[in-house]
Design a protein around this ligand. Sequence first.
Ligand SMILES: *Cc1c(COP(=O)(O)O)cnc(C)c1O
Length: 813
Amino acid sequence: MGSPASSVDGFVREFLRELNFGQGVALTGSEVNDQYLALARTVRHYLMARWLETLRRQADTQSKGVAYLSAEYLLGRQLNNALLATGLTDIVKQGLAQCGIDLADLRAQEVEPGLGNGGLGRLAACFIDSLATMSVPCIGYGIRYEYGIFRQTFVDGRQVEQPDSWLALGAPWEFPHPEAAQTVHFGGRTETYDDEGVERSRWIPAWNVQAVPYNYMVPGYQNGRVNTLRLWRAVATDAFDLRIFNSGDYEEAVRAQTFAENISKVLYPEDSTPQGKELRLQQQYFFVAASIANFLDDVLPEGFDLARLPERIIFQLNDTHPVIAVPELMRVLVDERKMDWDDAWAITQKCFAYTCHTLLPEALEVWPVALLGKLLPRHLEIIYRINDEFLEAVRERFGDDELRIRRMSIIAEHPERAVRMAYLATVAGAKVNGVAELHSQLLRDKVLPDFDEFYPGKFTNVTNGITPRRFVRLANPALSELITDAVGVGWITDLERLRELEPFAEDEDFRLRFREVKAHNKRRLNGVLQQRDGLSVGDDHMLDVMVKRLHEYKRQLLKVLHIVTLYDRISTGELDPADVTPRTFVFGAKAAPGYKMAKEIIHLINAVGTVVNADPKVQDRINVLFPPNYNVTLAEKLIPAADLSEQISLAGKEASGTGNMKFALNGALTIGTDDGANVEIRQLVGDEHFFLFGMLEPEVEALAAKGYVPSSFYEADPNLRRAIDLISSGAFSGGDKTTFEPVVANLLYEDRFMVLADYASYLEAQEKVDAAYADQEAWTRSAILNVARSGYFSSDRSMRDYIDRIWHTPPTF
Ligand SMILES: *Cc1c(COP(=O)(O)O)cnc(C)c1O
């Protein structure tokens, strides 16, 4: 396929052809959606030649690559990124203008593919962007959910979920390949048989489903490379499997077959709290089985010697969701390719690496043996054998230390017999990594200490990162221009070059321009919020932003208590409004639909906002905005406008965070606890440019050990008491004292994440924020230094660390 000429005229010809022959409409009278689809397909053409070239060279060089296995990819909109990657933005803007079309209107038409919940899915999207930009061979494997993360609306301040029909207006970025479908099997039973004197096992499945690949282009930044993201869609087969009759459970087989297409219907909206539903396990096995088969059968050359598999691929497990890939690869090697068990296990242990994303015990996935055995009977056998041999090795090393054996077993016995997926991944993985220094340390010391002792050198850290293409260059064009004026364009692919901005922090003119960039971004945000929700940020307000999934450990409640305290003190006259820094507090957060407390907290935030925003005594001083449906598109507008970044999780609970990095790189200052990557941000930007508060992780542990009594903090602190009493009084619920009773009771009598214990320290830090903000020159200096010193948080650096410490996959071309 010839690439269209890179000229305005060439573009216009190509665009009109897509509009006429692709969409079947004339320019006059065409709808914005037609124009958007035609533009997307035109841009796709420009990338196509590079994509095919990448695939051809990949086949020629046969170098080692990464298969990133992730149940989630939170991609964000594609058009702008594709334009940036191809360097076509100006040509397209001009060409469209000739047709009387504004590029901005077409950009706004795109519905983002919300195929992830939050940080974990966004991380996967940043990583594949970086690998393409660094010319490292990578295939991202995942699921093409028909409905991604729900669309959030508020009704009377409560969250209501709407289905996300992201495919309804057309999906111009995907390439379905039904001819390359894989069959994925489920259920049934296993048997042993004699294979020319060797006893072997085989799986007689009961039902199956077709996995149809949908390919997406992952363009590198202006480097001519286009990697592939391959998302699988479940399609029912009508080919009736005769062996079903022998499986003994005909009705179950037919029922399962009928519902097969449900597998890729919807993304589970739980974040950090897996539900253990059968459909979820089906999703997990569905996509990893299809991916492994695709890699072995279609990506590797025919006749490839599988003994050499580790020279060609590393399967990176993004959390435990894809860990069923471990027994699947063993099954393929041993049962299908007739490899000796020990040889297959040696290969498998070199082909997987595991990233752990949590410290919360409830987030560590386990699958009941009963369920796993029913759905994947052969895999359960394989897991048992892996466990037997592993525990044998543990015994050899430590003797019959039964407590240790029980602690380390891949099979938990209580409360029900279940497979601990994190343990399976740790035993099988060549490496296990946490996602920030503190998290990796706690992982070794607290979560998997026995394994760290048993496998010296297996545990490592790779601190998360974010792609500077999307989250600085595209999200913040004004700042990007300022940076490029100062230090050249090299920073976009070499983010440490932001260091060269440091001297500009002392340059008064540069600081002025930096403030103008913020002001510009606030106006831009106002335009978006006005149009989307009828909201706006007050002129010259400090923009104080907390955006992330709603979870108790992230402590949105601590932020609410701060706002209620301010409100209380202003409205009672204790604080002179003139002495209060005008601030707009912005929240963005979705709660898992089944997470009751999270939804109560959303209701409370909205209720407090309604009262505060309507009260003339505080009105032009503090405001609370909660635009619904926080997603990547909104993040790209909110974060560049922010002055203050709220990263206030209980120390030891946030594995890394990546929102924190996006803010620092866009020139917000952070108020945060000593948690996750906040620790590294503070070390890099410097104590004096970061507002630290709260207990340190060892202090949290100590308080928990001695017995945490939240009500004692309530009794002892009059400010805290007033804030909580005000909520209890019905002040935010039209006088109804029962509305927020569950939230208040939880705080006073449970408070698992020690909100009350950190409240006083948080308030004190917020006073320092106010004082610092009063000196705009000093604040701007700090903001510039935050940008200059945060280059480390590029996902390009994360990828280099994975390559050096785990993957050993050099760039190719
Ligand atoms: C970056 C990002 C996240 C992760 O935010 P944290 O503050 O690290 O939890 C979640 N959702 C979206 C849309 C993001 O862009």
